[in-house]
Ligand binder design. Structure first.
Ligand SMILES: Nc1ncnc2c1ncn2[C@@H]1O[C@H](COP(=O)(O)OP(=O)(O)OP(=O)(O)O)[C@@H](O)[C@H]1O
Length: 226
């Protein structure tokens, strides 16, 4: 499902590679945490998987597509086929919860009729039934992240990438968000999540890939934060 083969990335203005000779393979339906100290290269991996950055060396497959050599005109459609969730939610501030989710359907050409049917379903699924017409500033951080997850999941992506999705949330809200991601994972969606949250990693007991200085230093199934 996801594969990095001998991947090295050195940013143009950096003195050394942010990640070096990374080899990782993730199967369909896995839930994988990337952990490690700040600057270890975790977010760089997410950016490479999204093809926001390209590596200097190596090959990367996501959804069985090789993304390094992908033609640039194919990249927007490729990105839309993935679900993405970030620490800062990234909702459209002038659109309601329902409109934010509907937007993800609009950009892949789904009709308004489909949106009318699917958007309430997915907002209900994330526990936001009744708050469809609130704007992001009228929702708590946890609720905003639920909208972001609904938006990421509405197209039923095979892969969901999450870069510190609980980074701005309190511990209880973080647990709720993790329950939601766990449910999504159980539908068969592969989830790759970057986190600094040791409690979450220890509670979930899923695969843990630990990075340090651009290298994988541990890859453990049913791992703990360490
Ligand atoms: N655009 C860039 N240009 C130059 N260097 C960069 C760039 N983006 C990241 N880096 C460097 O690459 C290294 C890895 O960064 P990355 O953001 O992947 O780390 P991280 O493990 O996600 O850290 P954090 O936990 O703080 O988010 C760092 O040394 C960082 O300074």
């Amino acid at each position: 499902m996801i594969r990095l083969e001998h991947v090295t990335k050195k940013y143009a203005r950096a003195s050394r590679p942010s990640i070096e000779d990374i080899n990782v393979s993730i199967d369909k339906g896995e839930f994988v945490f990337f952990i490690g100290p700040t600057g270890a290269g975790k977010s760089t991996i997410i950016k490479l998987l999204l093809r926001e950055e390209t590596p200097n060396k190596g090959k990367i497959w996501v959804n069985d597509k090789e993304v390094v050599g992908m033609r640039s005109w194919r990249v927007p459609a490729f990105r839309r086929s993935l679900g993405c969730v970030f620490q800062d939610f990234r909702l459209l501030p002038t659109r309601t919860a329902a409109e934010n989710v509907a937007f993800a359907l609009e950009v892949i050409g789904k009709s308004k009729a489909v949106a009318r049917r699917v958007v309430p379903e997915v907002l209900e699924l994330v526990g936001l039934g009744g708050k469809e017409h609130r704007y992001p500033h009228e929702l708590s951080g946890g609720e905003q992240q639920r909208v972001a997850i609904a938006r990421a999941f509405v197209n039923r992506p095979l892969v969901l990438l999450a870069d510190e999705p609980t980074g701005n949330l309190d511990p209880d809200t973080s647990v709720e968000i993790m329950r939601l991601l766990d449910r999504i994972n159980r539908t068969g969606t592969t989830i790759v999540m970057v986190t600094h949250d040791s409690n979450i990693v220890n509670q979930m007991r899923r695969r843990v890939i630990e990075m340090e200085g651009g290298h994988v230093v541990r890859d453990q199934s049913r791992g703990v934060y360490g």
